[in-house]
Design a protein around this ligand. Structure first.
Ligand SMILES: [Zn+2]
Length: 414
C-alpha cells in the first residue's frame, strides 16, 4: 500500500524512486530566461530532451521573491504566513531591533523532510550557503544536511556525513563563485553513486551568484547552465526522478550608464515627512551583500504615527518606478505575509528599478557588474520541471507555485 505523508495540511506520496528536487536559485524563466536561452543556444542538450519527455511549466514564487523565503516555502509546501520566514533581515518586535532571520527558531512550520524522516525516509539536503542549512535542516536527526560553503566542517553529529571534501574530490569552494553551486551537484552524484544507503528524497539548493552577475543567454550564464545540464544528465542516468524550480526570478536594474537604478525611499520619506517618522527596512539585506549591495525590489516600512500610514502610502504610490504599496493588512491578505514580522507598509518596485534605504546606507563599491536583483512581483516567475510526464490532473490547479514542487514531483505519477 502506498504510504502517504501529511505535513502542513498537504499530503505527499512516498517516492516511487529516488527523487531529487532542485532549487535553481534566481533562474528567471520564459522566452528570454536562463534555461530557455541556454537550450536554444545548444548548451543544455539533456534538458532539451528532458523537457519533451517530462513536464515543464512556468509558475510563481512566494512573496517577497527572496531566497530564504522561497526555499522555506518550497520545503514546507506553504507560504510565509504559515512558515514565518518572510525576509533575510527584519525588525524583531521581541528584541526591538533589526536582526537577521537566519536562525531556525524563526521557522514556524515543519519541513517536508522532517515529516518524511519521522517515517523512516533516507534524506539528503545540500545547500550552497550555510545561512540556509540551519533553516532547511531544522529538527533533522538522521538526514544528511550540509552546505557547500562549509563542506569541510560537515560532521556526523551535525550533518550525518563527514569527509565531504574527500568524497567529492574538490576543495571548499569560494562563497562568491559558480563552484559553490557545482559542488552541490558533484556531492549529490557522489552520495547517490556510493549507494551506502538508498536515498529516497534529495534537495539541492544552489546560489544565484551567477544570475546576479550575468543575463540569460550570456556566456557566463550559458556555461553555468551547461554545467547544470551535465549533472542533470548524471542524476537521470542514476535512475532518479529529477524536478526543479527556482526561489525567484531576476531582473536587470541599472541605468544606461551602468549605475543602479535605485529609489532611495528613506531619503524621499525623510524629505517629505521628517526625519524620524518612518523606518524603511530592506529585508533582502544579509551577510552576503557583495552581489546586490542590499538592493532588491521589496521593502517594509515601520511608522510610529499610525494616523499617517494612508498618507505615506499614497505618497509612495506616486513615486515613479513603484509597483505596489500595501498596508500590513493588505499584504497579509494579498501576499500571505506573517503580520507580526512586517512593518506598517510593504512596498515593491517595478522590474527595472531597485529599492534602497538612504544613499548612505548602501555600500555599492563591491558591485562589479550592473545591478541585477529581485524581491518584487516582477521577479515572481519561476520554472517548474519534473523529468516525467505528470498525469493531467495537475492542470486543474488554478496556479502553479514553486512550493508545489514536492506535490508535483510525488503526487502526479501517470
Ligand atoms: Zn535566491
Amino acid at each position: 500500500m502506498k504510504k502517504l505523508i501529511t505535513v502542513n495540511n498537504r499530503s505527499y506520496n512516498w517516492p516511487s524512486k529516488t527523487t531529487v528536487i532542485i532549487c535553481l536559485d534566481g533562474s528567471e524563466p520564459g522566452k528570454n530566461g536562463y534555461i530557455e536561452q541556454a537550450i536554444e543556444m545548444g548548451f543544455m542538450p539533456c534538458m532539451k530532451e528532458a523537457i519533451n519527455k517530462g513536464t515543464y511549466e512556468l509558475g510563481k514564487c512566494a512573496m517577497p521573491s527572496f531566497t530564504n523565503v522561497n526555499n522555506l516555502s518550497i520545503v514546507t509546501g506553504t507560504t510565509p504566513n504559515i512558515h514565518g520566514i518572510c525576509a533575510n533581515f527584519f525588525y524583531n518586535p521581541e528584541e526591538k531591533k533589526e536582526t537577521l532571520m537566519n536562525d531556525e527558531s524563526f521557522l514556524r512550520a515543519s519541513t517536508i523532510f522532517e515529516a518524511f524522516e519521522n517515517e523512516g525516509a533516507q534524506i539528503a539536503v545540500i545547500t550552497a550557503k550555510d545561512k540556509l542549512k540551519k533553516l532547511l535542516g531544522k529538527n533533522l536527526k538522521k538526514s544528511i544536511c550540509f552546505s557547500a560553503e562549509k563542506a569541510d566542517q560537515a560532521n556526523l553529529k551535525d550533518s550525518r556525513i563527514e569527509n565531504v571534501l574527500e568524497i567529492v574530490g574538490k576543495p571548499v569552494p569560494e562563497v562568491y563563485s559558480a563552484d559553490l553551486s557545482e559542488f552541490i551537484f558533484a556531492a549529490a552524484v557522489k552520495i547517490l553513486e556510493s549507494n551506502q544507503k538508498k536515498i529516497d528524497l534529495m534537495y539541492l539548493s544552489t546560489t544565484d551568484y551567477i544570475q546576479h552577475k550575468a543575463a540569460p543567454g550570456s556566456e557566463i550564464a550559458n556555461s553555468f547552465y551547461q554545467m547544470i545540464d551535465g549533472y542533470i544528465k548524471k542524476l537521470l542516468s542514476l535512475g532518479c526522478k529529477v524536478a526543479f524550480t527556482a526561489d525567484h526570478g531576476m531582473k536587470a536594474k541599472s541605468k544606461a550608464d551602468g549605475t543602479p537604478n535605485v529609489i532611495y525611499l528613506q531619503d524621499l520619506l525623510n524629505n517629505e515627512f521628517g526625519k524620524n517618522s518612518t523606518n524603511v527596512i530592506c529585508t533582502i539585506t544579509d551577510p552576503y551583500v557583495v552581489h546586490h549591495g542590499a538592493l532588491g525590489s521589496f521593502v517594509t516600512i515601520y511608522i510610529d504615527d499610525k494616523s499617517k500610514i494612508e498618507n505615506i502610502k499614497n505618497f509612495i504610490k506616486g513615486i515613479k518606478g513603484i509597483d505596489v504599496a500595501l498596508t500590513k493588512e493588505e499584504s497579509v491578505k494579498q501576499l500571505y505575509q506573517p503580520s507580526d514580522r512586517i512593518g506598517d507598509l510593504v512596498v515593491t518596485c517595478k522590474a527595472d528599478y531597485a529599492l534602497g534605504k538612504g544613499v548612505k546606507d548602501h555600500d555599492l563599491s563591491q558591485l562589479k557588474e550592473p545591478l541585477r536583483s529581485h524581491g518584487g512581483l516582477d521577479e515572481t516567475s519561476i520554472p517548474i520541471f519534473v523529468s516525467e510526464k505528470l498525469n493531467e490532473n495537475y492542470k486543474k490547479k488554478k496556479q502553479l507555485n514553486n512550493y508545489d514542487i514536492f506535490d508535483l514531483a510525488l503526487n502526479y505519477d501517470e
